[in-house]
Design a protein around this ligand. Sequence first.
Ligand code: IMP
Ligand code: MG
Length: 172
Amino acid sequence: MKPKLKILITEEQIRQKVAELAKKISNYYRKKQPLLIVGILKGSAIFLSDLIRKLTISCEVDFISVRSYDGTSSTGVVQLILDLYDNPVGKHILIVEDIIDTGRTLKFLKTNLLTRKAKSVKICVLLNKKCKRKTKIKVDYKGFDVPDKFVVGYGLDYNEKYRNLPYVAILE
Ligand code: IMP
Ligand code: MG
């Protein structure tokens, strides 16, 4: 059966939310420099590129890539597969992610960057699936709460497809 897409968040809703988040982030980081925006590949690429173009402050941009193994155990292990190009020492870092689910990916990265002497680490996610959280982690900037359904589009994939949709949809 062909998968069905049901639009959950429209292009216009995303556009408005991105502008709102960019305003808050610009206000907060205006006097906290240098700011390094770190996108988690690949899902955050589209959100990040829209977000940074709405910032009214100076920032650097870098990317990192992780893989999470869930396996049969409930612990779930996160592994760094592509590190930052830049040095995080002494920088205010804002991690940008497409979606937070269990929270393990962001917990791992925040701890990793703080250990490497980033000056501060905050988290910005477009989507929040709050009912599945397995670890305590603060989300500093959040776009939308979403139900516990598999969502795609605007960077999010299913088997590497659907990232190019301009909206967020539930895959049924
Ligand atoms: P977690 O918070 O460590 O569980 O992992 C979040 C990651 O799982 C995200 O970066 C996504 O790559 C992936 N993910 C979780 N939920 C979805 C979804 O509904 N659609 C697409 N990817 C998802
Ligand atoms: Mg991801």
